[in-house]
Write a protein that binds this ligand. Structure first.
Ligand code: HMG
Length: 400
């Protein structure tokens, strides 16, 4: 409300591995019509991690994307949201904190609730800053999405990380702390201890996602007396872009043509990055946010010299979903001057400079991803990387 301190996302960084599988290649190898993947599922490419890309290295690289702009002296907490844990006890956040050379006085831990972990971290950060307005929090969402070769989930894999700095008077998005939450103990998607791939009841998971969205969105709009006119964009957790199309359809059931055209156009911008990288699990919703902010729509709002639309002041609605299951609908406002804090060119390069690999190489990397015992990985050309396991301890390094 009026006069209250704004808290939210001050900076956003991202990282995806530097290679991808083209999904028409995957379709051909699996004997599937390519349009099923590119239109039916709505994905073009997926990120493929090498053995040296794990949640620690990817999370550290996503933070490195924004670290030069972070005042480390103010940093009080670092939280990692993930469902691709690398240890049953020790948190990935401690490895990341050490790799980046962050001070030991920083509190640091990991959170899990499937794809909801990044959002859980974001709201922990919100409340931390509300209690300590002079401090900031790093929230990292980092995951490897794996379903198994030849499964129906295979086309919805991906890997990567998003890092967000949360602060008072944020540079990019001020969040509202009045979300609508919904949780239920169900089995739509899960990964039992000892398994390296998720188990999933795919069609059921899609139904539950849509039910939770409908419930949370309707309840939030009723409580706040909001309608579609009040939203500049509706953004979604995107396990694959078609899922967001279906959720948006639910929101637009009563829409007039103007709202439909506007919200569909904005959704298309939010889905661009996901279509190129696949499911990032905990990071997917925030990749949608970044994609929407960084991709100009041309006919909507003033486009600045840098080609980015002026979205400042717009209210956005975000739907976070984590299987198991937890759903949250929340809102935020785009902050004046947000364009200055985006890294549009760097992110375009990160996506466009990736190497296309063939299905045989993807299958080889998939099979070799989890090593056993002590081993060494191959050193990448740049960035933080997982170098292997020595005496049962994971080792990390920086390539240059
Ligand atoms: P499937 O068996 O391939 O599905 O599994 P399908 O046969 O229904 O085909 C998919 C779509 O392609 C359909 O479109 C077909 O009509 C269309 P729709 O009717 O739904 O609009 N299609 C074609 N389109 C054009 N040309 C063609 C053609 N053929 C068919 N020739 C499924 C798909 C998503 C279920 C599977 O990939 C899967 O199980 N994925 C993993 C689970 C998942 O992502 N669930 C999403 C909701 S749960 C969630 O988001 C949480 C999650 O991120 C995990 C977490 O929280 O940690 C997953």
């Amino acid at each position: 409300g009026e006069g209250e301190m704004a808290i939210g996302i001050d900076r956003i960084g991202m990282f995806v591995p530097d290679q991808y599988l083209d999904l028409t290649d995957l379709a051909t190898a699996r004997g599937v019509e390519p349009s099923k993947f590119t239109v039916g599922i709505g994905q073009s490419r997926m990120s493929v991690p090498r053995q040296c890309d794990d949640i620690v290295s990817m999370g550290a690289n996503a933070i490195a994307d924004i670290l030069p702009e972070i005042d480390v002296d103010r940093l009080g907490l670092m939280v990692v949201g993930t469902e691709s844990g690398i240890d049953q006890s020790k948190s990935s956040s401690l490895f990341i904190k050490h790799l980046l050379g962050l001070p030991n006085r920083i509190e640091s831990f990991e959170i899990k609730e499937a794809c909801f972990g990044g959002t859980a971290g974001l709201f922990v950060a919100y409340h931390y800053v509300a209690a300590h307005p002079d401090r900031t929090v790093l929230v990292v969402a980092s995951d490897v999405a794996r379903y198994g070769l030849g499964t129906s989930g295979e086309v919805t894999q991906g890997a990567g990380a998003v890092a967000m700095l949360v602060s008072a008077n944020p540079g990019i998005i001020a969040l509202d702390d009045d979300s609508e939450d919904y949780s239920e103990d169900i089995n739509d998607f899960w990964r039992p201890n000892g398994r390296t791939e998720a188990l999933v009841d795919g069609k059921y998971s899609m139904r539950v996602y849509l039910d939770f969205f409908r419930h949370a969105f309707d309840a939030y709009c009723d409580r706040r007396s909001l309608g579609l006119d009040d939203f500049g964009a509706l953004l979604f957790h995107l396990p694959f872009t078609k899922m967001g199309v279906k959720a948006l359809r639910v929101a637009l059931e009563q829409a007039d043509d103007r709202n439909r055209e506007r919200l569909e156009g904005n959704f298309a911008m939010s889905a661009r990055y996901s279509r190129e990288v696949g499911n990032l699990y905990a990071g997917s919703l925030y990749l949608s946010l970044l994609s929407w902010l960084e991709n100009p729509r041309g006919d909507d709002g003033d486009v600045g010299d840098d080609g980015v639309r002026a979205l400042a002041g717009q209210r956005i609605g975000l739907f976070s979903y984590g299987s198991g299951a937890m759903g949250k609908f929340f809102t935020g406002r785009v902050q004046p001057g947000y364009q200055r804090h985006l890294r549009v060119q760097a992110h375009a390069r990160m996506l466009n400079d990736r190497r296309r690999i063939d299905v045989a190489e993807y299958e080889r990397l998939f099979a070799a991803y989890y090593g056993t015992g002590d081993f060494e990985t191959q050193i990448p050309s740049s960035g933080f990387y997982f170098s292997g396991v020595r005496h049962s301890i994971r080792q990390y390094s920086l390539a240059d």
